[in-house]
Ligand binder design. Structure first.
Ligand code: NAP
Length: 436
């Protein structure tokens, strides 16, 4: 397969009437006009509740708005030279043509998180959304056409991932790959990009620990847990995956958590009264069931759920009951394989030192959470957790202006905030020898 590439970067004038800011703001206006339609497109495409889909559209709008403004601040530097006749400066320039590959779980906002900074600094982009749920990305491209982005600045390719990705990775014209998806595919792309030494950004899988210390506000932690575990039907890279609860409060936390889970309504994501929508595909359901079965065989107990939902109108979807597992141990797959579904496994712990060691004992390092009322512990534990993001009494420490990303096998680079621009820029030193 061959691509027609627009190799040159596009114009990034950023005055009040400047092109990037103005184009991004026109995209913002169109996204805002079509908000509800886009949210429904997301829900119909991958099943999450309409409430979660509206949140995703809002964050898409926020990315374009924020980068429209931040594009004005791509500053350079002047540096003292080491000779009297020299003047040194540093300029930052767009990296060039970018290939972006995105997943199905946030089919619109993951595209926006890449396109908005890349375009803002002047890169041109070829994007490949997941074939599982590409339609909201198609809608975004309709908006790009409506606002009159010049031909070739943004390019959408849909189809078989292997066939599309390989030529992109081989192409010398493409100078950067920005990928969001599984660690497994991320590693393939890192290997493929090595031959042309592309700049690489990887937002990969996670396995977030959620720690509830003995001094925590239990109701706050239970609410945080519901939010972190069940948003997007548990299909988020930042979802709590292992829940560590201190022995002193384990029974109390479990009881209150079980009561809250029992109140959650599962069903068609388009129905406003449902908090949890469908999972996206059969393989997602199978993976969840396999982890639950494995845990039960190794001694875990199911206190709530633990099965597919097929009653009435749920028969034809991919609905899985929110599930509470207790007596969970580290040798169960749910404790070290990404679950990507609505299963909450509770593990007991006895000391701060023990739980930090357990939380870090995994190859992933994306998001982590803990609940405490002790200010010293807040700092101590935040510094020791080997994760790119830490929420303290906060189940959603994410914002467009903050750096999002992971360490270890959860990724390379950061998206969001001014950090997100760095990944699309090269740093160039200019040294000028002058006549004195
Ligand atoms: P995935 O299977 O890795 O797919 C992600 C993207 O890669 C899709 O567009 C997919 O296309 C494409 N792809 C699949 N195989 C490929 C190959 N051999 N070469 C090139 N591209 C290929 O992940 P997913 O199931 O869509 O998403 C779930 C994963 O994404 C989870 O692990 C989750 O943790 C991670 N995720 C991470 C973040 C983050 O910010 N860190 C955010 C969201 C999700 P097709 O679908 O067309 O095959």
């Amino acid at each position: 397969m061959e691509y027609k590439l627009r190799k040159k970067v596009h114009d990034t004038t950023v005055s009040e009437e400047g092109k990037v800011c103005a184009a991004h703001m026109r995209v913002v206006n169109k996204l805002t006009e079509k908000k509800e339609y886009l949210a429904q497109t997301i829900t119909k495409g991958m099943g999450k509740s309409i409430h979660n889909a509206r949140y995703e559209v809002n964050s898409t709008i926020a990315f374009f708005k924020w980068y429209a403004e931040e594009a004005r601040r791509v500053y350079g530097d002047t540096i003292p030279a080491s000779a009297a006749n020299k003047r040194m400066s540093v300029i930052r320039q767009p990296v060039g043509v970018v290939a972006a590959i995105t997943p199905w779980n946030f089919p619109l906002s993951m595209a926006a998180r890449k396109l908005s900074p890349a375009l803002a600094v002047g890169c041109t982009v070829i994007i490949k959304p997941s074939s599982e749920a590409p339609l909201s990305c198609v809608e975004l491209f309709k908006i790009f056409n409506e606002v009159g982005l010049p031909e070739g600045v943004v390019n959408l390719v849909i189809g078989k991932s292997g066939e599309i990705a390989e030529p992109l990775m081989k192409s010398k014209a493409i100078r950067k790959i920005s990928f969001t998806g599984s660690t497994e595919v991320g590693k393939i792309l890192i290997r493929q990009s090595a031959d042309t030494v592309k700049k690489v950004s990887m937002e990969l899988g996670g396995h977030a620990p959620f720690i509830v210390f003995e001094d925590a506000d239990i109701d706050l932690a239970v609410d945080g847990m519901i939010n972190s575990k069940f948003a997007s039907t548990g299909q988020q890279c930042v979802c709590a995956n292992r829940i560590y609860v201190h022995d002193d409060i384990y029974d109390d936390f479990t009881k209150r958590f079980q009561e809250k889970i029992a109140q959650l309504k599962v069903g068609n994501g388009l129905d406003e009264s449902n908090q949890i929508g469908s999972m996206t595909n059969e393989s997602g359901i199978e993976k969840v069931q396999y982890q639950v079965t494995d845990a039960v065989e190794k001694g875990a107990q199911v206190l709530y759920g633990g099965h597919r939902l097929t009653d009435g109108e749920l028969e034809n979807g991919y609905f899985y009951s929110p599930t509470l597992l207790v007596d969970v141990k580290e040798d169960m797959k749910v404790c070290f394989e990404e679950t990507f579904g609505p299963v909450a496994p509770l593990v007991r712990f006895h000391s701060e030192e023990e739980v930090i060691k357990k939380a870090n004992d995994i190859e992933f390092g994306l998001a982590s959470y803990f609940y405490t009322n002790d200010v010293s512990r807040t700092h101590r534990v935040s510094e020791k957790l080997e994760y790119g993001m830490v929420g303290v009494n906060d189940p959603a420490p994410f914002a467009v202006q903050g750096p999002f990303g992971g360490v270890k096998e959860s990724g390379l680079g950061r998206e969001g905030g001014y950090f997100g621009l760095d990944d699309y820029l090269e740093t160039k030193l200019v040294s000028v020898a002058i006549k004195l």
